[in-house]
Design a protein around this ligand. Structure first.
Ligand code: SF4
Length: 457
């Protein structure tokens, strides 16, 4: 029988009950009574700092007041009008550095309102009993919009423009819509919620999803610009950064994003192979999600190694604490030098100790490993978007999401200057949708004028 101590990479390290327990939702939801008690801690501040800190500008005191009054549907409406992905955001936003950081209760009793759990309570109550639709579609305008990428930014644009009566063709390179929410987040954070949210979002009508359609392979930007009234690119980051081409990679080394995607799509966790000793290289959320899930799959030891200190890690202190609680060892100030191997199989990774002044101090150490997950960042693949202006390797846009190509907008992780968060993609999607709707309305009005002029002879 395979156990924690079985060497190499193998599946079935845990029992069915252990898998179910390990991958149960990480933070339990509030009960109805707990939600009301927590909501009653809110001061309903004027010009509330939490709302100003929310990239999606959710009116936080307003939705919390509705929860306190027992009006969960009303609370969900406030959230979803501002943030159509408010249910996922409640689960994955780093609230400790956004809305909750600015809650005035921090100063008074050292503990902010649990805004994330209240947001989740409201949206979960709505999804459990949606009732009458919250949003309906306006009369059809006859305008056609192509959206490439069904991730958070693309979905936000699709919903807003469909609501305004435009017809949307939504293309995605994957089988399922959702982007990062469906393929890139830890399983225990979102479970099946992302798919449920997407199904609800598409139910507004007017959006046709085309799966397995990749820009540059099955579609070209030139064709889209010719065939549609407007185009939105929410392409995400398709490329991964290379570690070091001088480090040949033996069997057992893989990309953390692929590992996470496979885990999210797996129906049977006991079939997923995992190493006995796993090393994760990186310092962001992807590194933490991969490390924690490797531990939950039954790895005996998981060590996350980052080249800088705790404060420089992109993963928040809360995420780092969570990793430690789950049994992951965090090692800072070390960079990989080489993979150790035997017969092309990974046996360990040798690191060099780094410090603020040097990347190679001369001091080295080796960690035993039969599996390495690389999480050193993703990059934008510009090849399918010829002629588009870039900034820092990503698409350059103005504050309305306009790119350098007329009729083409972009948003989400593929654009320069963002926070690489779901809520930030929603913010960018909202800005682009407003700008696109305005542009489509102007062209419609211009067409109507032209038609009038020509019919007058
Ligand atoms: S969307 Fe995120 S940042 Fe905004 S209020 Fe909700 S949890 Fe806070």
């Amino acid at each position: 029988m395979t156990t924690f101590d079985t060497p190499g990479i193998c599946a079935g390290r845990r029992t069915a009950a252990e898998y179910a327990d390990a991958f149960a939702e990480s933070h339990p939801a509030l009960s109805a009574a707990q939600a009301v008690i927590e909501a009653e801690r809110c001061y309903y501040c004027f010009d509330a700092p939490c709302t100003r800190a929310c990239p999606a500008e959710i009116d936080v005191p307003s939705f919390i007041q509705r929860i306190a009054q027992g009006n969960d549907r009303g609370a969900a409406e406030v959230i979803l009008r501002a943030n159509i992905l408010g249910g996922t955001c409640a689960r994955v936003c780093p609230t400790e550095t956004l809305c909750e950081q600015d809650c005035v209760r921090n100063a008074q009793d050292g503990r902010p309102l649990n805004i994330a759990l209240l947001q989740r309570h409201a949206t979960d109550s709505f999804f459990a009993q949606p009732g009458k639709p919250l949003f309906t579609r306006s009369a059809r305008t006859g305008k056609r919009v192509a959206i490439v990428g069904a991730g958070p930014a693309g979905l936000t644009v699709a919903h807003h423009l469909a609501q305004a009566g435009h017809d949307i063709d939504l293309f995605d390179a994957h089988e399922f819509a959702g982007g990062l929410n469906e393929y890139g987040l830890a399983r225990y954070k979102v479970m099946d919620f992302a798919a449920q949210e997407v199904a609800w979002l598409l139910s507004i009508g007017g959006i046709t999803l085309h799966s397995n359609m990749a820009l540059g392979q099955h579609l070209s930007l030139a064709q889209l610009r010719e065939n549609y009234d407007a185009v939105f690119l929410g392409l995400g980051l398709a490329g991964v950064n290379a570690l070091n081409s001088a480090m040949p990679e033996p069997q057992g080394v893989r990309e953390a994003v692929d590992f996470i995607a496979e885990l999210r799509q797996s129906r049977d966790l006991s079939q997923l192979p995992i190493g006995r000793d796993v090393v994760v290289i990186g310092g962001g959320m992807t590194a933490v999600d991969a490390a924690v899930q490797a531990k939950k799959l039954g790895a005996r030891s998981v060590t996350l190694v980052y080249r800088r200190g705790e404060a420089q890690m992109k993963a928040s202190i809360k995420e780092q604490m969570w990793a430690k609680q789950c049994g992951v060892t965090l090692r800072h100030w070390a960079a990989p030098l080489r993979f150790e191997q035997q017969d092309n199989r990974l046996t360990g990774v040798t690191f060099t100790v780094t410090n603020p002044n040097t990347d190679e101090s001369g001091e080295i150490f080796t960690l035993a490993a039969d599996m390495v997950l690389k999480a050193i960042g993703q990059r934008f693949d510009a090849e399918p978007t010829p002629g588009i202006q870039l900034e820092d390797g990503r698409i350059a846009t103005d504050c309305d999401g306009r790119t350098s190509l007329p009729g083409v907008w972009a948003g989400g992780d593929c654009c320069a200057g963002g926070l690489d968060l779901t809520v930030d993609a929603v913010k960018q999607g909202k800005a682009a949708a407003r700008s696109m709707a305005l542009s489509l309305a102007i062209s419609q009005a211009a067409n109507a004028t032209l038609f009038q002029e020509s019919s007058h002879g």
